[in-house]
Structures are given as structure tokens and as C-alpha cells.
Design a protein around this ligand. Structure first.
Ligand code: ZN
Length: 496
């Protein structure tokens, strides 16, 4: 193509490469890096981020983007590349360099205060730093928001195109339907989970997770799995995807479902079409979309009865004698236990969304300055009691349990619930084409992956998230698919 496209493409490729290198450094920090190397790694990351930022805001890149945008006959993918490059650059240029530096320092200080306060269990040790960070987030949102709300501006980092005025009523309607349903399940007799709590050999658990990864279609020629404290998916490129998992000896689901969850993310990354590599649209259009893939594999597939009909005999080979006394139904009931768990990351797929709703409502109030940081613990605990019937025993179990806010991540939490909503809508669309249950029961996962590949993975961020989902599912973002999915599965399991 023309020189104008070539000039734009070279800069866009460079941004993508820098992102890939940062991804690899981040992966290394959490998996292989010796403790003594962390300090140097922090410098590497900061230097690289500064270089990437300078290259992004460079006026020459802005000119290259506009010259490319003016070209006639751009393909749909090329138009999207220009759109996304312009979006990232516009955002970066709206924040003065001094502000970016102040924010980076405050994030680091707030995160340290958070870690310290978790040790002392005193919110008071965290409050001043969080207040300072909130002031900067308000400033950031005001710099970025244009004619939207402050929350829109923050949400846009994770869910481009989404607006508070659509999200708020959607999640409020979810809350109205979900709270009473969850209460019914929480009040019902709890299933027996003792089968999952036997000591399971760590190496065998890891080997079992690799077996499941391979079955689901993860490509080890272009990816790998390692261990980390907090499981994540990262890496350098679609041809080099790094997953991590964890192993808990006394809780079989910890390793298995961390792997299956990250596998969903990893399959997505590996599935981006070759023509999108090293471009601004090589990725998911939104975090909610990314999360829909992990939740689809973890919950829709991984916690289904057919999954255990297929994997129970396999699991018995990995853990001889330990699973002889149960059937597939008992396994499903155990991995689908609904409980009043105070900690979000340990909660089940029903109450998980109540944890998210609480955070979403609070962070909207924080950024609009309707709730003060000092009042957070009280508001948090009251809402926890209201939604889950549980009062945290301290602030570590309550408002200080997540790392997100301490790192300045506001607008991130709703993407988890959007992922759940999308995953159920995707399932509804998929059953029109595929006999999912039969395929899973037979361990034939390839047609499921092919379906997702063609419709979602391959197109990357060429379409916007909501547009893509409307095309795939045939309907706008709504809560019915998800609630019907929960009511069907848990209604059967709990007899309610
Ligand atoms: Zn995830």
C-alpha cells in the first residue's frame, strides 16, 4: 500500500512490540524472577513504559495516524486500526506528563499502604493514601471525560464505548433478580464438598491441569503454563501466550478451575487472525469480552454435568482411589456450591456478581464524590449484609480485600460481571449450532473452539465489544440469558 499507510503501520507495530515486551517482563516478574531481581525489574518496566508513552504522544505519530485515516479504500480492519490507535493516543495526550508521573508515584504509594494496612488490619493506615489517589482519579476523569461522566472516562479504559447510563440500569436489574435468587440458594441445604478437600498430590494436580488444557485446545507450540500466586494470562504475542495457575493441596478446584479459566483467556489470545498481529486491534475489544471467554470455559463448560461425566474417569486415573465414592452429579454439586463467602475471588458463580455489584456501586459513588473514603468500611459492610447476609469480621475481609483500587483501577470491576452476562448469551447462541452437552460429554472440544474462533477470537478488536456481541448473539446486552442459565443450573442442583 501507500507510504502513508507504511509510516502509520511502522509506528503501530512498534507500540505493539513495546506492549509485548512489557507483557513478557510482567509475566517473568510473577513467575521466574528471583526475589532479588524485582527492584531491577521495576526499573525496566518504568523505563519501557516511559519510552512507549513518549513514542505514543510523539506528534509525528499523530500525523501518521491522520494521514492513514485520510487514505481512500481502507479495509474495515484498517479503519479499526486507525480508530484504536487514535483512541489510545488521544487519551495519552490529554494527560500532562507531570500528572502521569504523580499518578504512577501515588499508585505505588497507595499499593504499599494497602499491603501494610492488610498486615495491621487497620483501614486507617490505608485511608490517607487512598484519599490522595482518589483526588488524582477525579482529576484524571475530569481531564478525560469530555461530555461523558467521570465514571464513563474511567470505564473507557476497560470497556470502550460503554456508558454509565446503560451500565447502571442493567446492573440494577441484575441485582433485583439475583439477590433473592441467591438468598434462596444460600438458605437451602449446602452440598457436600468434602470430596474436594482431601489432600491431592500437587504434581498430579498440575499434570491433570495440563491434560485438560491440551484437551480444550490450548496450543503449547504457541504458549505455556507456569505457576504463580495469582493466576493470570499474559505473554508477548498471539504466538507466545503465557498462562499461570496455582495449586492448593486441600482444594481440588483451585488448580483445575484457575487453569480452565485462564485457558479461556489464552485460547482467545491465540486465536487472533494472523493479519491483526502487531496491530492496534490485536486483542479483545473490551475486558468484558475477554472475561466472557474465561467464564465460558470455567463455568458454562467446566462446571457442567457433562464436563464431569467426561472428566471423572480421567480424574480417577490422576488421583487413584480418591474419587471412587462419588459420581459425576456429586462432583458437579460440589464444584457448584453456593456459599456466603466474604472473599470475592473465592466465591461461586452466583454470588460472585453480588460482590461485583457492591464494588461497582461504591466506585461510582467514590468518583462522583458522593461517598467519602473515610466512610468506605461502613458502607461496604452494610451493603455486604444487605446483599449476602454477611458482615465481614474485619476490613481485610471487607473493603481491603482487593488490590484493584489500591492500584488506581476504577471501572474495572464491572467487566467481570459483563463477562458473565456475555458468556451466557454466547452459550445461548452456540446451542443453536452445536450440541454442546454431547460434545463435552464426549470430550470433543474442537467444534466449540472453532465456533468461538470464527466469530469472536479471529476478529480481535476490529468491531467494538457491544457490536460484536450483538452480532454473535443476535441481541443487545441484557441479563435474561445469564439469569435463565443460573436458574436452570442451580434450580436443578438445589431443587428450588
Ligand atoms: Zn479472567
Amino acid at each position: 500500500m501507500t507510504d502513508a499507510w507504511g509510516a502509520f503501520e511502522a509506528r503501530m507495530n512498534e507500540q505493539s512490540d513495546l506492549g509485548g515486551i512489557m507483557g513478557l517482563l510482567g509475566w517473568d516478574e510473577q513467575t521466574m524472577c528471583p526475589p532479588g531481581g524485582r527492584g531491577a525489574r521495576a526499573h525496566h518496566g518504568a523505563t519501557l513504559a516511559a519510552i512507549a508513552h513518549q513514542r505514543l504522544v510523539d506528534p509525528a505519530y499523530g500525523e501518521a495516524i491522520e494521514a492513514a485515516a485520510a487514505l481512500p479504500d481502507l479495509t474495515v480492519a484498517q479503519q479499526a486500526m486507525v480508530r484504536e490507535a487514535r483512541r489510545s493516543r488521544d487519551k495519552a495526550t490529554k494527560l500532562p506528563e507531570a500528572f502521569v508521573r504523580a499518578m504512577a508515584q501515588q499508585r505505588s504509594a497507595t499499593n504499599q499502604a494497602w499491603e501494610h494496612a492488610r498486615e495491621t488490619t487497620r483501614f486507617e493506615d490505608y485511608r490517607p493514601a487512598l484519599e490522595q489517589l482518589m483526588r488524582l482519579k477525579v482529576e484524571e476523569a475530569d481531564l478525560l471525560k469530555g461530555d461523558g461522566t467521570r465514571y464513563d472516562a474511567l470505564l473507557d479504559d476497560f470497556e470502550p464505548g460503554m456508558r454509565l447510563e446503560r451500565l447502571q440500569p442493567l446492573l440494577a436489574s441484575l441485582r433485583e433478580r439475583l439477590v433473592p435468587f441467591a438468598q434462596t440458594l444460600l438458605d437451602a441445604p449446602a452440598p457436600d464438598v468434602s470430596v474436594l478437600e482431601q489432600g491431592f498430590d500437587r504434581d498430579r494436580q498440575y499434570a491433570f491441569s495440563l491434560r485438560v488444557l491440551e484437551d480444550l485446545g490450548f496450543d503449547f507450540e504457541h504458549g505455556r503454563q507456569d505457576l504463580s500466586t495469582h493466576p493470570f494470562t499474559g505473554g508477548a504475542a498471539p504466538s507466545d501466550v503465557r498462562l499461570t495457575t496455582r495449586v492448593w493441596e486441600d482444594w481440588l478446584p483451585a488448580c483445575l478451575y484457575a487453569t480452565v479459566h485462564e485457558c479461556g483467556h489464552g485460547l482467545y489470545e491465540q486465536g487472533h487472525s494472523r493479519e491483526l498481529w502487531r496491530t492496534s486491534v490485536c486483542g479483545a475489544p473490551s475486558l468484558g469480552l475477554h472475561e466472557s471467554q474465561s467464564r465460558f470455559y470455567e463455568n458454562v463448560i467446566g462446571r457442567s454435568l457433562p464436563f464431569w461425566e467426561h472428566y471423572l474417569p480421567v480424574a480417577r486415573e490422576f488421583f487413584p482411589g480418591q474419587l471412587d465414592g462419588v459420581d459425576a452429579m456429586a462432583m458437579q454439586r460440589a464444584v457448584c456450591r453456593v456459599a456466603r463467602t466474604p472473599i470475592r475471588v473465592e466465591s461461586d458463580e452466583v454470588t460472585y456478581n453480588l460482590h461485583i455489584l457492591l464494588r461497582f456501586e461504591l466506585e461510582v459513588d467514590l468518583i462522583e464524590e458522593r461517598v467519602a473514603v473515610a466512610d468506605l468500611p461502613e458502607v461496604w459492610n452494610a451493603r455486604m449484609e444487605q446483599y449476602l447476609g454477611y458482615t465481614p469480621k474485619d476490613d481485610v475481609e471487607g473493603v481491603m480485600q482487593d488490590v484493584h483500587w489500591s492500584e488506581g483501577l476504577f471501572g474495572y470491576f464491572p467487566t467481570y460481571t459483563l463477562g458473565n452476562l456475555y458468556s451466557a448469551a454466547i452459550r445461548e447462541a452456540m446451542v443453536r449450532d452445536l450440541q454442546i452437552d454431547d460434545l463435552v460429554r464426549a470430550g470433543e472440544f474442537a467444534p466449540i473452539l472453532a465456533w468461538l474462533r470464527e466469530r469472536i477470537h479471529a476478529v480481535g478488536a476490529v468491531p467494538l465489544g457491544e457490536d460484536l456481541m450483538r452480532e454473535v448473539t443476535g441481541k443487545p446486552l441484557e441479563i435474561d440469558s445469564f439469569m435463565t442459565y443460573l436458574e436452570t443450573r442451580y434450580g436443578a442442583l438445589y431443587g428450588v
